[in-house]
Design a protein around this ligand. Sequence first.
Ligand SMILES: Nc1ncnc2c1ncn2[C@@H]1O[C@H](COP(=O)(O)OP(=O)(O)OP(=O)(O)O)[C@@H](O)[C@H]1O
Length: 257
Amino acid sequence: MTVDYHGVDVHIGGVEILRNVTVHAPAGSFLGVIGPNGSGKSTMLRCLYRAIDPTSGSVAVAERDVTSISMRVNAQQVAALTQRTALDFEFSAAEVVATGRLPHRSLTTRTAQRDRDICAAAMRDAGVSHLSDRNFTSLSGGEAQRVLIARAFAQQPQVLVLDEPTNHLDVRHQYAVLRAATDRGVTVVAALHDLNIAAQFCDRLAVLVDGRVVQTGTPRELFTPSAIRRWFGIGCHVFDHPRLGVPQIIFDEKETG
Ligand SMILES: Nc1ncnc2c1ncn2[C@@H]1O[C@H](COP(=O)(O)OP(=O)(O)OP(=O)(O)O)[C@@H](O)[C@H]1O
């Protein structure tokens, strides 16, 4: 499903957080949202999974304004991995993943075998099958993050929203989780801090600075030392990845070019 932001403004408590955000993600593509701390990345994603509604403008999935469809239908098509998921209940990891099926179930249906199969596959894809019976609150940061990713997979969305999905993950799991997300073939919209990972996985990037999209394009189009310095305030060198050919960055605080 396509994702479109049309002139989205978000004001919170009289403060402008996003200004005129317009971005298009084709169906099945991976859109990365990058930018410095506090630039509005999470706020932009929150409009897509309806944690907040835009003050003006609109966000559409498959060309339908997300505020015009029910939360339940929205949850059937959009799954989100958020930055602050507080789950302090005594749930097992498998039970947390099973909550991903809720948007697809009616109140009267019991957990069907199909739901269990979907959850098992999601846990396999996120590499957390071995944690099924563990109490969620006892998991390490990275283990918990991967269980929440499995829950988002179990939701079987057409659009996967990932807010800093690689948070807490060791380098192997960073790649494994993004590969698993990409392999689902759905539209992915992800806020990412690691620009090298963004360059390897994202078809296109939107750069947010002070609540505005200052540029969109492919990593190849966007990643130049002068642009990185302008957006992030740090020098760097840009090389080609030897196998993938995508740009990769080595930061250099002394580099002024
Ligand atoms: N509910 C809120 N009330 C007041 N200010 C908010 C609220 N939510 C976000 N902000 C502010 O809006 C700005 C953008 O926040 P947001 O979390 O979207 O940025 P971000 O780019 O995701 O940041 P980070 O990289 O640090 O995660 C920040 O200055 C933040 O303090």
